[in-house]
Design a protein around this ligand. Structure first.
Ligand SMILES: [Zn+2]
Length: 142
């Protein structure tokens, strides 16, 4: 193999991450090539020095904080989904109560429709809020 083909493998070999076949090819090349041999030796010294450095330790509460962030992100996404569902529900309630209000007032019932839609929307909002609270209590694993 040529030096150009071996050089990209030298750092990986110095780190001990090459498979047996590639490592053997590198070893065969550096036996005959002084430049690549010197580069591999330098990389080996660097790898050894780096491996003796203390590894950074993650904070003790990293898992807890990660779970909190994941829960906050899930809440944010769920909130957007519930807002969409609430909007569709309110639209359906308005359509349904328009028919009821028209029937009760004989076609002249804008105030009755407002009253009916307010009651229905309030009940729908309470139902959505109860679902949200129930879901959050059920997910209290944090
Ligand atoms: Zn070489």
């Amino acid at each position: 193999m040529t030096c150009d083909a071996i050089r990209p493998l030298l750092a990986v070999d110095a780190a001990g991450l090459l498979d047996a076949g590639e490592s053997r090819r590198v070893a065969e090349h550096v036996r005959e090539c002084a430049a690549c041999s010197a580069e591999l030796e330098g990389l080996g010294a660097l790898t050894g020095a780096l491996s003796r450095q203390p590894a950074p330790q993650p904070p003790d509460d990293l898992v807890y904080r990660t779970r909190l962030r994941m829960a906050a992100e899930a809440d944010r996404r769920q909130g957007a989904h519930l807002a969409l569902v609430s909007g569709v529900l309110a639209w359906l309630i308005a359509l349904a109560t328009w028919q009821i209000g028209s029937l009760l007032a004989g076609g002249n019932g804008i105030w009755i429709w407002i009253w009916w839609s307010t009651v229905a929307a309030s009940l729908g909002s309470a139902a959505v809020a109860a679902l949200v609270v129930r879901h959050r209590v059920g997910r209290s694993w944090l």
